[in-house]
Design a protein around this ligand. Structure first.
Ligand SMILES: *Cc1c(COP(=O)(O)O)cnc(C)c1O
Length: 468
């Protein structure tokens, strides 16, 4: 039987991995996975890892889920794919009906793309094009929040603000308006999330007051800025934003690629603010983590601005080859069935309480500035100085040490910089949550132990490991 080392060698000879400095793999092992089952991933040496981050936030009902698997198997023997221009098929029709039903009222049209970034591109282009079709060609800019992330394609990067991903490509990006994020990590001592989020809205109000005539849309990640370090804010911000967008005649694009499908405690994050966007972008958990797909939902007013005789050239002539892929639709339909049949959103309440309880003690850790949580997402912010919240220099790669420790202990925890977080599949058990909390605590202890040593490379076998 093939072992990890063989597969790793073959991999490193031919692959180029995403979001990776490949040279790291001179010292950091790559982990070839043989199979998955539920929350577990198993490598070729038989070692198992609890997938605490849902394989980059996609997997909500576990790996090799028989209900999703069966639906895809049934579909693959019937119709694997057909182009969606001029043709249609039952899975895409059924899925669109279901999405219209489960999303906030008014979002009655569904356009598909084949990954999250492409979904963002669709929403940006549609918004700009809507204003063009409505005789408002001056509305060409987008407003976004600092520390936001909307994907890796060029326009999606333009509305993002995580320096690590975008700075290099600055020369290529659209000119967007950036408003300070309501990120509650930075709230003054003693201030609650709601008050801070409300206060920070003044920046947005000012920006829209000044620029609304040239702005097509505001785009935000509702409640959680994911790739920006799982930074969180209060729903009141979304309520104020919806109201201001209406007042200034600007679209609101909500990127629920990461937070949609129950992650924040409600099916969609915007429900907590009681609002509906003009464009809702979904992906990631949409297919239960099985196949790449994105959906962009909008309302009839937008749709009608494109609906005309062909010769008027008002149509949205955007396409992705795999748009509406039947296998992905089948996976999404099975996923929606599970949400409904298993009353997942209700069941998650107990799980998110358990996450809070099992990690509560970390708030007292001398190198933890904050333990924060929104629904099924919990984040622990490691800092050099608890009092001033001074961050560890990024060069020290403290999060990576937590990652390595977790792997040794059989957990996949992949921190974002100095932020250790859990975004587990919803099929995790309370005991498994306790296990993750224990592994994270140990990892944070190890990673924050020495305060002087600067590690640019990595130690595969850290000699400062303490068995206690
Ligand atoms: C992951 C993510 C994207 C990009 O989706 P991809 O499928 O990776 O292109 C966009 N926005 C948010 C909020 C995300 O978390």
């Amino acid at each position: 039987m093939k072992q990890n080392a063989d597969w790793m060698q073959r991999d490193l000879a031919v692959l180029w991995h995403p979001c990776t400095q490949m040279k790291d793999h001179e010292r950091l092992p790559l982990i070839p996975i043989r199979r998955g089952e539920g929350v577990w991933l198993e490598d070729f040496d038989g070692k198992r890892y609890l997938d605490a981050v849902s394989s980059w936030w996609v997997n909500v009902f576990g790996h090799a889920n028989p209900r999703i698997g069966q639906r895809i198997k049934d579909q693959v023997d019937r119709l694997e794919h057909v182009m969606l221009a001029g043709f249609s098929h039952s899975p895409v029709i059924e899925l669109s009906e279901r999405l219209v039903k489960v999303t906030p009222a008014g979002l009655d049209r569904v356009f598909y793309a084949d990954n999250g970034s492409s979904g963002i591109e669709v929403a940006l282009k549609m918004s700009y094009h809507y204003w063009l079709n409505s005789g408002r060609s001056g509305k060409q800019r987008f407003v976004t929040l600092t520390n936001s992330y909307h994907g890796e394609t060029v326009a999606a990067m333009s509305v993002g603000d995580v320096a690590l991903f975008t700075d290099t490509y600055k020369a290529l990006l659209l000119d967007t308006l950036k408003v300070p994020s309501p990120d509650c990590y930075h709230r003054p001592p003693g201030m609650c999330w709601e008050e801070h989020s409300r206060t920070m809205f003044a920046h947005m109000e000012r920006c829209l007051a000044e620029h609304h005539a040239e702005v097509a849309a505001v785009i935000v990640e509702p409640l959680i800025q994911g790739a920006g370090g799982m930074r969180m804010y209060h729903p009141v911000y979304l309520r104020l934003l919806r109201e201001a967008c209406d007042r200034y005649g600007v679209h609101l694009i909500l990127d629920e690629i990461a937070v949609g499908f129950g992650r924040t405690g409600t099916m969609f994050a915007c429900e907590q603010a009681g609002i509906a966007p003009d464009f809702l972008v979904l992906s990631k958990a949409l297919t239960g983590g099985y196949l790449p797909m994105a959906a962009v939902l909008t309302h009839d007013e937008v749709y009608q601005a494109f609906y005309d005789d062909y010769a008027t050239l008002r149509a949205f002539l955007h396409s992705h080859t795999y748009t509406g892929n039947p296998l992905a639709c089948a996976a999404a339909l099975a996923t929606l069935d599970i949400f409904e049949e298993d009353k997942v959103i209700d069941a998650n309440r107990a799980l998110s309480r358990r996450m809070a309880e099992s990690c509560a003690h970390l708030a007292d850790h001398p190198h933890v500035a904050e333990v924060r949580q929104t629904g099924m997402a919990l984040a622990i912010e490691m800092v050099q100085d608890k009092a001033t919240k001074a961050a560890y220099p990024w060069q020290e790669r403290r999060g990576l040490r937590v990652y390595q420790h977790a792997l040794e202990r059989g957990a996949l925890l992949r921190p974002l910089g100095n932020v250790v977080y859990f975004l587990p599949p919803y099929v995790i058990t309370p005991e498994q949550i306790d296990f993750l909390a224990e592994v994270a605590s140990e990892g944070i202890d190890l990673a924050t132990r020495d305060t002087v040593r600067v590690t640019v490379g990595l130690d595969l076998h850290p000699n400062h490991r303490d068995p206690g």
